[in-house]
Design a protein around this ligand. Structure first.
Ligand SMILES: NCc1[nH]cc(CCC(=O)O)c1CC(=O)O
Length: 326
């Protein structure tokens, strides 16, 4: 008899697809029978703008409660939706290999950012994306939008499935890839134009720190360890350490991306942008990872906190409302 594992997820297409990948990977490891438990979060229920929803954790709190109550054993989140504060009683058990973390423009008629007409209406609910869009194209009319990925794509002119009242929207490439809508992408933004949110493109697999029955803990923990990807974990650790040191919320106009080279160098890029795009601070730092698991974690975190300190010394806190929507 395989061990039963209940895996908690939001019910959006994106969340169900992400959870499906994790469930398949855990099941492939053997000895586990996976059951999916759908959980409705405030982020799914409430319809206000993302910036007005009350910040950290709107998509994850209900899932974490389900873990702590024992309604599920494992929860899958988009890593960028996880607040940087530790959750008592829970552990980040696996960070699977990251998808391409870039943001994508999905515009009408195949247009790129440079091709969009003056004053074009571009939808995003993210102050980070809005600020970087305006830094590149101050003439754009950035429109605050919400909804799942399909709903947002439906707002692009010419879409068969929505009002089509916008010239373009900006979305994470990873989410579009996971739901099979990459054909909507008209441009991928390089790091010089738009740095992604910390953790974008990565998943987080959480479990209870204690409380799994001992027979479940063995096979489940082995399967989770096999799913964990060291380069992704170290990169998102550095990005999240930066965000935490800036005391920045998920709605702050902060972009950051870490990459691990084959030679063991971790490079972290970060930008803090004034919300209207009229000023920004950008920095890069690198560190040679020592090479053992515990030392690497310390080094990755230090890279993030040191880069944040440098940005704060440059005046990041005066430039942008870092505490937005915490
Ligand atoms: N809260 C929205 C959210 N959370 C994760 C993703 C995309 C997938 C990812 O970044 O891993 C999205 C949609 C988007 O930003 O376009």
């Amino acid at each position: 008899m395989p061990q039963q594992v209940r895996i908690g997820t939001r019910a959006s297409t994106l969340a169900l697809t992400q959870t499906g990948h994790v469930a398949d990977a855990l099941a492939a490891h053997g000895g586990l029978a996976i059951e999916t438990v759908r959980v409705r979060t405030d982020g799914d229920r409430l319809t206000g703008s993302l910036a007005s929803l009350g910040g950290a954790g709107v998509f994850v709190t209900a899932l974490r409660d389900a873990l702590l109550d024992g309604r599920c054993d494992v929860a899958v989140h988009s890593l960028k939706d996880l607040p940087t504060a530790d959750a008592p009683g829970l552990v980040l058990a696996a960070v699977p290999p990251r998808e391409d973390p870039r943001d994508a423009l999905c515009a009408r008629d195949g247009l790129t950012l440079a091709d969009l007409p003056r004053g074009a209406r571009v939808g995003t609910g993210s102050p980070r994306r809005a600020a970087q869009l305006l830094a590149a194209r101050p003439d754009l009319d950035v429109v605050d939008i919400r909804g799942n990925v399909d709903t947002r794509l439906g707002r692009v002119a010419g879409s068969p499935t929505g009002p089509g009242d916008l010239d373009a929207v900006v979305l994470a490439r990873a989410g579009l890839a996971r739901i099979g809508r990459l054909e909507a992408v008209t441009e991928l933004f390089g790091p010089d134009v738009m740095l992604p949110a910390p953790g974008q493109g990565a998943l987080a697999v959480e479990t209870r720190a204690a409380g799994l029955t001992t027979d479940l803990a063995g096979p489940l923990h082995a399967a989770l360890a096999a799913l964990d990807d060291r380069p992704t974990r170290l990169a998102v650790l550095a990005e999240r350490a930066l965000l935490a040191r800036l005391e920045a919320g998920c709605a702050a106009p902060v972009g950051t991306l870490a990459t691990l080279d084959a030679d063991g160098t971790l490079t972290l890029d970060a930008v803090v942008v004034r919300t209207d795009g009229t000023a920004s601070l950008r920095r890069r730092a690198r560190t040679a990872l020592p090479g053992t698991a515990a030392q690497d974690v310390v080094a990755a975190r230090a890279l993030g906190t040191d880069l944040a300190d440098a940005l704060l010394a440059d005046g990041a806190a005066d430039l942008a409302d870092l505490g937005a929507s915490r």
